[in-house]
Ligand binder design. Structure first.
Ligand code: NAD
Ligand code: 89V
Length: 339
């Protein structure tokens, strides 16, 4: 499959490294409005066909898919452009700025009969995946409580300066991943209540969020996120998990330690992610998940299956983000299904 990548910024470098390792798929053309980033990325990955304009690229190239790695304001026009060209699409998170945009994007690609996957990669991190598969396999019985937690003081703003500038920060950028992990464990959400706070005075948005989720299947979960947590060692970018089930408990603790206690037995396993040749600590768990999700996209197209994190699926994660902001602003519990 021949693909083109749009947006040659900070995170796209990981996506390009991962594409180079995926059999049967590759990136043949690049696009960025920024000439310097385009040229540097083309040189780094040896990709000769480069464009400043996405429409011109999609007209000129013969492609199967497009990988959109730009920030959120450009997602809707680029996804709709790709749909008009009848291409399969991967779009980075956050998928859209509004539910209305997100629904229009899903309709556009589905209307073209193509696959749309959101690059929602955290549930594909190997440690998180191991925990998801363990719970789905019934190892701790029926879950009734969960906590998915991401707390760090890591300076994300040096690599991604735009994160300091938006009115929204941690729920939209990071909480979206952690809420998606909670959905992967516990399913759809009926009600959500949230509080937010800004601790770092140098940024515009909230950098602490605590969310209480009532899942349709009966689980109550807490999703808590912070970039204002000064802890040593810092756990960036690990998502920590605690789940209580009718037959036992699962803990994914700092340092990728997975503990399962069930039916009188305990297992403690090191589920550290591999360090891919191009990866760099501490980002290596995220970098590995990029390769996994991109492989999932290719596999799904080959098998005619909907990706687990399809555009349609991601509408539910996005609704949790909207519900959290609404709840924090109003002090009320919100039903994501109403949004
Ligand atoms: P960035 O600003 O470094 O890169 C975005 C690039 O897109 C820039 O080079 C910009 O010039 C280009 N661009 C913007 N609009 C364009 C257009 N219409 N046509 C062509 N090029 C265009 O941003 P980033 O940090 O790489 O983030 C990109 C996206 O990836 C964001 O949505 C972010 O949330 C997401 N992200 C995801 C993860 C993850 O783990 N899934 C991690 C980091 C960032
Ligand atoms: O994964 C992300 O979306 C990144 C970060 C880990 C910094 O939140 O933006």
């Amino acid at each position: 499959m021949k693909g083109a990548l749009i947006g040659c910024g900070f995170f796209a470098q990981n996506q390009l490294h991962a594409w180079a390792e995926i059999p049967g798929a590759g990136i043949v053309a690049l696009c960025d409005t920024d000439e310097a980033k385009l040229a540097e990325t083309a040189r780094r990955f040896g990709i000769e066909r480069t464009y400043r304009d996405a429409a011109a690229m999609l007209e000129a190239e013969t492609l199967d898919f497009v990988d959109i790695a730009t920030t959120v304001p450009s997602h809707r026009p680029l996804v709709e452009l790709a749909a008009r060209m009848r291409l399969h699409v991967i779009c980075q998170k956050p998928f859209a700025e509004t539910m209305e945009d997100a629904r229009a994007m899903v309709a556009a690609v589905e209307g073209a009969g193509r696959v749309l996957m959101v690059h929602e990669n955290f549930r594909w991190q190997s440690a998180v995946r191991r925990a998801i598969d363990t719970v789905r396999g019934g190892a701790i019985g029926e879950p009734f409580f969960g906590r998915v937690s991401f707390r760090s003081g890591y300076d994300v703003f040096s690599g991604q300066p735009y994160l300091a500038e938006g009115e929204r920060f941690i729920i939209e950028d990071l909480g979206i991943h952690i809420l998606d992990i909670a959905r992967a464990f516990f399913g759809d959400v009926d009600r959500l209540a949230a509080t937010t706070r800004r601790v770092n005075p140098k940024i515009r948005g909230e950098d602490v969020a605590t969310m209480l989720l009532s899942h349709a299947g009966g689980v109550t979960s807490v999703v808590d996120c912070s970039y204002a947590t000064k802890r040593v060692p810092d756990t960036f970018p690990q998502s920590l998990v605690e789940i209580d089930g009718t037959d036992g408990t699962l803990r994914l603790d700092a340092g990728y330690r997975l503990t399962i206690q069930a039916r009188g037995e305990e297992s403690v396993v090191d589920v550290s992610p591999p360090l891919l040749s191009w990866a760099e600590r501490p980002w290596h768990n995220i970098q590995e998940s990029v390769r996994t999700i991109q492989q999932h996209f290719v596999d799904c197209i080959g098998a005619g299956r909907e990706p687990e994190t399809s555009g349609r699926d991601n509408l539910k994660t996005l609704a949790l983000v909207e519900a959290a902001y609404r709840s924090a602003a109003t002090g009320e519990t919100v039903r994501p299904g109403d949004l």
